[in-house]
Ligand binder design. Structure first.
Ligand code: NOJ
Length: 750
């Protein structure tokens, strides 16, 4: 059988060590590595786009062992049979039979689409990430996916940046909990379980700090900020067992993150002991050339590999150049071997050598299962945030009233899927109109009018010669003045107006930066005209980012932030509007009043002159602070009680407050614990979230909520990674959001 590998027996009639699942993973890795040619090794370092149209496109490189991983093009998604045929070429027709991993972005669902992560984050329930990603893994594996490029754990403080939608918001502590919960959901208890997937923490690191909010842009983040704000979510994900990380696009403090040895090796491997592998982002190895630290693909490959990027996504600078660089002594054998080891280790742990194929019948019963759809409804309802509810305008009554439902998003399906909708289909979505109709009694009337489009043709673009012109590809408002007028008439004739407004889903997510954070197209005009009708207005706001909607806050009676809520959006929102579910979400990213306030986040430092924060033309206060969100009742908080006003390092103080439901309805509240280190060796944020608990209270009911505060809550990290707990005074708040409440103080003694 000359070169061709026989899966069962080697020349001596024995099974190779690497083929024997009873052998320890490291022994299998070393055995296989020892048998690999240079070409096969470089193949493992390559991720290739899988085309959906023909097996032949990939046959040769698979037989030669030149594919470590595939990333399906749209045409290849959902084709388990294609994956199996290609895998067969890798396993049965390549010399050593090394299977590939197939990676894909299941960011907020695969076929059952959940709310965008920024929405899910607003539920303050880490388990929802676990449960929803378990569903995604179950669905994705049915199509042959082994590996999800998620969660995105990038902290973001700039809502202009469209990818704020993919993350958890602006808090590193909450982000860490969500990162760990996400990894658990994707990977499950046993990474070799075929209905779970390998998880990938991305984008390592600092990507969310892009200057001007422009995607892919340069970041300058001090080591102190990096360690306290941008790294903790990654660290939490690594501790939770994430098997892979993705290096990012951004340049960090002068060194692009896909060529940054400090973050990829010194911190990730040497400090944290990460044992999995790092994949680059799409072409980010080759982009080191454009970024200006490499003079061509060869140098880019050398820099990235030596920095710690094990697998190159899409571009081929590794496979094209590392052979020659090894021969010339530019790159060492050890460096190449280590990257291969990292990848093989995960492949063995994934169990893919034992189970390279996917059961093609899984797909018959994998998608949109009843429990998954019910979960999507629950998560969507929990992710919505009631931003305003004057005079208990919500909930609405189901019968007897005339409702006008107005706005471009009243019956849209695709828009509700959100910015990273995987294999999701618009036809799976329940629209807001459908959700509301399903609730109404026989004596209610519903008039539905879009009123205007989400965007108009008024968007401009800058041409290469510098001239600014109207974008010929921008969607034109198809709705027209007649329907605009009809919508206003409907508002005039209604008892209550529900408006479905927001931004297009394509205006958030990757490469979707905005300079304005308000409504798009003619929606502001539509809103103002509808408000002038004088009827109570409830705005359901859809968007992938914190939005600056000052006139809505001023004129609407109620505002519900619904994000991009996924397949069950319409039902979930209707559940809330009519009181079948209780709003409980709280925002995890500050909503600015105006884009001029950006970046604005709750956990900032004090200046020496905190009294001078006002702008000449605006308050410095945001529209809605981090942690804000209402229920259909009101809660009162007692003063914070401390078990002691003086403790020593290593001891704990218990902080408690009593929360009372003083309204007429049952309600759900996320009670938040914040601390401030009043005088430390480095300036600490004016408040930091350190704990929370979600409680449900009946009218008149009260509950005492307590939090332990010890070293974990009082520590911070210095510029070189030391965890410091410094004696001195600390302030503690137990409050409904990051901007309210009175603090109590205690002293930490050495
Ligand atoms: C580029 C994106 O930045 C990344 O998040 C994604 O995982 C890859 N493309 C693959 O789709």
């Amino acid at each position: 059988m000359s070169e061709k590998h026989c899966l069962d027996l080697n020349k001596n009639g024995k099974m190779d060590v690497y083929e024997d699942p009873s052998q320890p993973v490291d022994a299998r890795v070393e055995d296989l590595l020892g048998q690999m040619t240079l070409e096969e090794k470089l193949g493992q370092l390559s991720q290739v786009v899988m085309e959906g149209n023909s097996d032949e496109v990939h046959a040769d490189i698979l037989r030669q062992g030149r594919v470590g991983s595939f990333l399906p093009a749209w045409s290849a998604i959902g084709k388990a049979d294609l994956r199996n045929r290609l895998q067969k070429l890798a396993v049965e027709e390549s010399r050593l039979g090394i299977p590939f991993l197939m990676g894909f972005d299941a960011i907020h669902g695969f076929r059952t689409i959940f709310p965008i992560p920024l929405g899910m984050a607003a539920a303050w329930e880490p388990e929802l990430f676990t449960k929803s990603h378990e569903v995604s893994a179950f669905e994705a594996t049915a199509t042959g996916i082994d590996w999800s490029f998620a969660p995105m754990v990038d902290l973001a403080r700039d809502p202009r940046w469209g990818r704020i939608s993919e993350g958890f918001g602006e808090d590193p502590y909450l982000g860490g909990l969500y990162a760990a919960a996400s990894v658990k959901g994707f990977q499950g208890e046993d990474p070799s379980d075929r209905r779970h997937v390998v998880s990938c923490l991305k984008h390592y690191v600092g990507y969310g700090a892009a200057e001007g909010g422009r995607d892919y842009n340069t970041t300058d983040v001090s080591e102190y900020q990096l360690r306290n704000n941008y790294l903790p979510q990654f660290h939490a994900g690594v501790k939770a067992g994430a098997m892979t990380l993705m290096s990012a696009f951004n340049c960090l403090n002068g060194i692009p993150t896909s060529g940054n040895r400090h973050t990829l090796t010194e911190i990730l491997r040497d400090e944290w002991g990460f044992n999995g592998f790092v994949v680059s982002d799409w072409a980010s190895v080759l982009e080191l050339v454009e970024q200006g630290i490499a003079d061509g693909p060869a140098q880019a490959a050398k820099i990235a590999l030596e920095a710690g990027v094990d697998m190159e996504m899409v571009t081929s600078s590794y496979i094209d150049t590392l052979g020659e660089q090894l021969a010339s002594g530019e790159v060492s054998q050890e460096t190449i071997d280590n990257a291969v080891r990292n990848i093989l280790r995960i492949k063995f742990a994934r169990g893919i050598f034992e189970n390279p194929y996917v059961d093609e019948t899984w797909q018959e019963d994998a998608f949109l299962k009843t429990e998954a759809v019910m979960l999507a409804r629950e998560v969507a309802a929990k992710s919505c945030v009631l931003l305003k509810n004057d005079s208990d305008q919500l909930p609405l009554t189901k019968d007897g009233s005339k409702i006008a439902l107005i706005g471009p998003l009243v019956s849209d399906k695709d828009e509700l899927l959100g910015s990273w909708a995987g294999f999701g289909k618009g036809r799976d979505v329940v629209t807001l109109e459908e959700g509301i109709r399903a609730k109404l009694g026989p004596n209610a009337t519903l008039t539905v009018c879009r009123g205007c489009d989400l965007t108009t043709g008024r968007r401009t673009i800058t041409k290469t010669d510098g001239s600014i012109v109207e974008d010929p590809d921008a969607p034109v408002d198809q709705v027209g003045d007649q329907e605009f007028a009809a919508a206003i008439e409907a508002a005039q004739n209604a008892d209550v107006v529900v408006m479905a407004l927001g931004e297009p889903r394509g205006w958030s997510g990757e490469n979707a930066t905005r300079t304005e954070l308000g409504l798009t197209g003619r929606q502001e005009e539509l809103f103002n005209a509808a408000a002038a009708a004088g009827k109570p207005i409830i705005v359901v706001l859809f968007g992938g980012r914190p939005m600056s909607v000052v006139s809505i806050q001023e004129k609407a009676q109620a505002v519900l932030m619904a994000w991009q809520p996924g397949v069950q959006g319409g039902n979930a929102i209707a559940d809330l509007l009519f009181g079948d579910q209780t709003p409980s979400g709280k925002i995890t990213a500050t909503f600015p009043r105006t884009v001029g306030q950006v970046p604005v986040h709750y956990n900032h430092f004090n200046t020496g002159r905190p009294q001078y924060q006002e702008y000449r033309d605006s308050t410095h206060l945001p529209l809605y602070p981090f942690g804000h969100g209402l229920s259909y009742t009101s809660f009162e908080y007692s003063e914070v009680e401390l078990s002691s006003t003086s403790i020593s390092v290593g001891e704990k103080v218990v902080a408690s407050a009593t929360v009372n439901n003083v309204g007429k309805r049952a309600g759900i509240e996320v009670v938040q614990l914040y601390i401030r280190d009043i005088a430390a060796s480095r300036v600490r944020p004016i408040r930091e979230l350190k704990g929370f608990v979600k409680i449900e209270l009946k009218p008149g009911e009260s509950r005492k909520v307590s939090f332990d505060i010890g070293n974990e809550q009082l520590s911070f990290i210095d510029e070189i990674g030391n965890v410091l707990v410094e004696p001195g005074k600390f302030a503690v708040w137990i409050s409904k959001d990051s901007a309210s409440g009175e603090s109590a103080q205690f002293e930490l003694k050495p």
